[in-house]
Write a protein that binds this ligand. Structure first.
Ligand SMILES: NC(=O)c1ccc[n+]([C@@H]2O[C@H](COP(=O)([O-])OP(=O)(O)OC[C@H]3O[C@@H](n4cnc5c(N)ncnc54)[C@H](OP(=O)(O)O)[C@@H]3O)[C@@H](O)[C@H]2O)c1
Length: 352
């Protein structure tokens, strides 16, 4: 994997991915904007490294000139993806990232023609968001090809990293999104609730609508025009999220948002190794046709951050092996619904 660049390699998730790549005998180039962190990480892992800011296009081009692909782990991606994608298009480098941000998926989809012309693959969302949900959506669309609506639900038994929390603060004013008749619509957070049977002993779990990347990506993967995603949460979490939604204009003010991000960065860490090794995540999906036909399937997966490491390296491996269809791609669009089953510990079952 000498021609894979991992950008943002010293963040929480970037570190997990870089360490796993090296453990498996790969040789990625580590990159980011902070020399001291990179120097010590590169020495520890025995990798080459480059210090590059995203506001330095010429240096970025030199970093990518000899690379086959870059895996961008530097988020929020609304602040990093555009510069990296443009550098990829200039240098003919395949682009992967671990975003879950709806606006980033949409912005990269807008670069589809440019990517095709440059023979470059743009594959955002190779983490927990959106590989398992995208694969389940594609599987359900195969089971019920005339489906008109798709509902996905996620149950994560674990906490989040500081980068995920920072990204949530970054988007605090965005509300929630759903797809209706093919168009993205903004709706309040947690505005709809339903009970979901996630299986494996987790039946009757309350969920509420949540802004997850599939309202963008599952549409491109399956063509299904109505998409909702919800997250398992109890009454208290729903009340807290609805309150944050109502206060979003206050929380979004720079005088509040910046200190909030600072607080998150200083106080949060991320799930530890024991939690990553033992907790699970669950994905449930349902498709329906206009005339009432229905199919339900679900997945049990490893911990979300452990899964992110596996799916990111799985997709990067495919790309480096030359399986990199040009243009904007989704994980299941490029590699099919069974991609997720290549990850150890993932189980899928068809319910209805
Ligand atoms: N798809 C998924 O399921 C999934 C899974 C895990 C994480 N994520 C996402 O991945 C992102 C990273 O999460 P994390 O927990 O690893 O965060 P983290 O520990 O805060 O690390 C963030 C990394 O990004 C770099 N970075 C941020 N802004 C940058 C910029 N403008 N230019 C250059 N580098 C920049 C940081 O470098 P500095 O320290 O120099 O700022 C750091 O290396 C978040 O957006 C998170 O939501 C998604």
């Amino acid at each position: 994997m000498g021609d894979l660049v991992i950008y943002g390699s010293y963040g929480y998730t970037g570190t997990l991915i870089a360490e796993a790549a090296v453990d498996r005998g790969e040789d990625p180039v580590l990159a980011g904007r902070e020399r001291r962190s990179l120097e010590s990480q590169a020495a520890r892992l025995g990798c080459a490294f480059e210090v590059v800011g995203l506001d330095e296009p010429e240096v970025l081009d030199r970093l990518l000139d000899d690379a086959t692909a870059v895996l961008n782990c530097a988020g929020p991606f609304s602040r990093t993806a555009e510069s990296m994608v443009e550098a990829c298009l200039r240098t003919g480098t395949h682009y992967l990232d671990i975003t879950g941000e709806i606006e980033v998926f949409e912005a990269l989809h807008d670069r589809d023609a440019a990517a095709e012309e440059a023979s470059v693959m743009l594959l955002p969302g190779v983490g927990f968001d959106v590989v398992p949900t995208d694969c389940l959506a594609a599987h359900l669309a195969e089971r019920l090809p005339d489906a008109d609506s798709l509902e996905l639900a996620i149950r994560a038994e674990h906490g989040i990293s500081r980068g995920t929390a920072t990204t949530m603060v970054e988007h605090v004013e965005d509300g929630c999104a759903v797809r209706t008749d093919g168009e993205l619509q903004t709706v309040p957070l947690a505005h709809e609730r339903r009970t979901v049977d996630f299986g494996w002993g987790h039946d009757d779990e309350p969920t509420a609508t949540f802004p997850w990347g599939d309202v963008s990506t599952a549409y491109y993967t399956t063509g299904i025009p109505n998409i909702r995603v919800s997250m398992a949460m109890d009454d208290r979490a729903v009340q807290a999220i609805r309150l944050a939604d109502r206060l979003s204009s206050v929380l979004a003010a720079p005088a509040v948002k910046q200190p909030l991000k600072w607080y998150v960065q200083r106080t949060m860490d991320g799930p530890d190794a024991q939690e990553r090794a033992t907790a699970h995540s669950y994905v449930w999906g349902e498709v329906r046709t206009d005339d009432g036909e229905r199919a339900v399937s679900r997945l049990r997966c490893p911990h979300g951050y452990a899964l992110t490491v596996e799916t990111a390296l799985l997709c990067a491996g495919r790309v480096l092996d030359g399986d990199a269809p040009p243009g904007f791609q989704t994980p299941a669009g490029a590699y099919g619904p069974d991609l997720i089953l290549d990850v150890d510990g993932v189980e899928r079952e068809d319910v209805n």
